[in-house]
Design a protein around this ligand. Structure first.
Ligand SMILES: [Zn+2]
Length: 369
């Protein structure tokens, strides 16, 4: 009887103090980055029963899990040649197996003791780091063309009508007011980008101006101009940003192979250039493809999983995954000179504010990763 009374009394006391549910506060943490991120959670003013600090940053169990997801999982993502994977994972069923250097070790022990979270080195599912069969085929001489044909057969065609507009940004063009300056570069300059090759010039554009700026690595202080472009007829583009509904596992997924191809660095260009040339040969006007900077712009995490299954493959999470990817446009040839596009307007483009979202993560020494 007394035990029940004293438990109720403690709960009431916690309620009066305003810290119901808060297990730890930001000041409980030793690691500077983790403490700073915990301060992003705001609540009532409490006196922390753990460290004694007076704080408005008490964190509930749920909030502590969110904090750990951002700091440890997202903060330990490493890109492979294709794909990417976190080096750390945690759950409340595992013992704590993570032994890292420094103050964070004390915090890991505290999170284990109080919240019951066990942290461990994550051995990724191999598909997450590029072991996807269509991707393997694309990387071989014999497998490439049949797989490219399969991609062009499988992905939907999207029509862009003359009512739609998009943008192309250029740095210091010779004649800023001349529409021809915003066409694809002359043939002799083709062959250095993701999709263009000698003999296959490409005009790159986007419906998102910020993506144009990111893709071309422009920065504040650059003398930039933007052309607003519109098609003169309906264009037929292969839409590679679509999420495919597929049978089979992640290891057989054409959908993941294509996404990984476009989120990879310049080592993938050899493949993407052949893909573009084949699409052109088949009579398409161009491609819509996932922007390399999609994840930065949308704040999304690449290749997220739930119980080891890619969220791209679950019906319920498909919309969420689709929203992470921004499409860029690649139009074949010299669409302005060829009369496929008209220049609606030309303006100077000023980068007035640059803003990056940042979060912290743990330091992993090479032998831990
Ligand atoms: Zn505290």
């Amino acid at each position: 009887m007394f035990a029940i009374f004293s438990r109720t009394y403690r709960k009431l006391q916690a309620y009066w103090r305003g810290d119901q549910g808060a297990l730890l506060c930001s000041e409980c943490f030793q690691d500077h980055g983790l403490r700073m991120m915990a301060r992003d959670f705001h609540g009532k003013r409490i006196r922390c029963s753990r460290c004694g600090a007076t704080s408005t940053h008490g964190l509930t169990r749920e909030q502590l899990r969110d904090l750990c997801q951002t700091f440890f999982v997202r903060g330990s993502i490493m890109a492979a040649d294709y794909g990417a994977s976190p080096l750390i994972q945690f759950n409340d069923m595992r013992e704590n197996e993570l032994d890292v250097e420094g103050a964070i070790n004390v915090d890991i022990a505290l999170l284990h003791r109080v919240v019951g979270l066990g942290f461990f080195h994550y051995g990724p599912r191999l598909w997450m780091v590029g072991a996807v069969e269509p991707l393997r085929k694309l990387r071989t001489r014999r497998g490439r063309q049949p797989t490219i044909n399969r991609i062009l057969r499988t992905y939907p065609v999207r029509e862009i009508t003359p009512r739609e507009i998009f943008y192309r940004v250029r740095k210091a063009p010779a004649e800023p007011s001349d529409a021809a300056q915003y066409d694809a570069p002359p043939g002799e300059f083709s062959g250095s980008g993701r999709l263009d090759s000698p003999g296959n010039s490409i005009l790159y554009g986007s419906q998102d101006i910020e993506i144009c700026v990111h893709e071309c690595r422009f920065s504040a202080g650059d003398d930039l101009y933007v052309a607003t472009l519109a098609p003169t007829r309906t264009l037929r583009l292969v839409d590679l940003t679509e999420i495919l509904e597929e049978e089979g596992t992640e290891f057989d997924s054409l959908d993941l192979a294509v996404l990984m191809l476009f989120l990879a660095g310049s080592h993938a260009y050899e493949i993407t250039r052949e893909l573009a040339a084949s699409a052109r040969a088949k009579g398409f006007d161009g491609l819509i493809y996932p922007s390399y900077f999609s994840m930065l712009r949308t704040g999304g995490m690449p290749f997220e999983t739930m119980f080891g299954i890619s969220l791209r493959r679950m019906h319920q999470t498909r919309g969420y995954e689709k929203a992470k990817v921004i499409g860029n446009l690649a139009l074949f040839g010299h669409p302005v000179a060829d009369g496929m596009l008209r220049v609606v307007g030309i303006n100077r483009l000023v980068i007035s504010r640059v803003s990056y979202g940042t979060t912290f993560g743990p330091v992993m020494t090479p032998d831990q990763s």
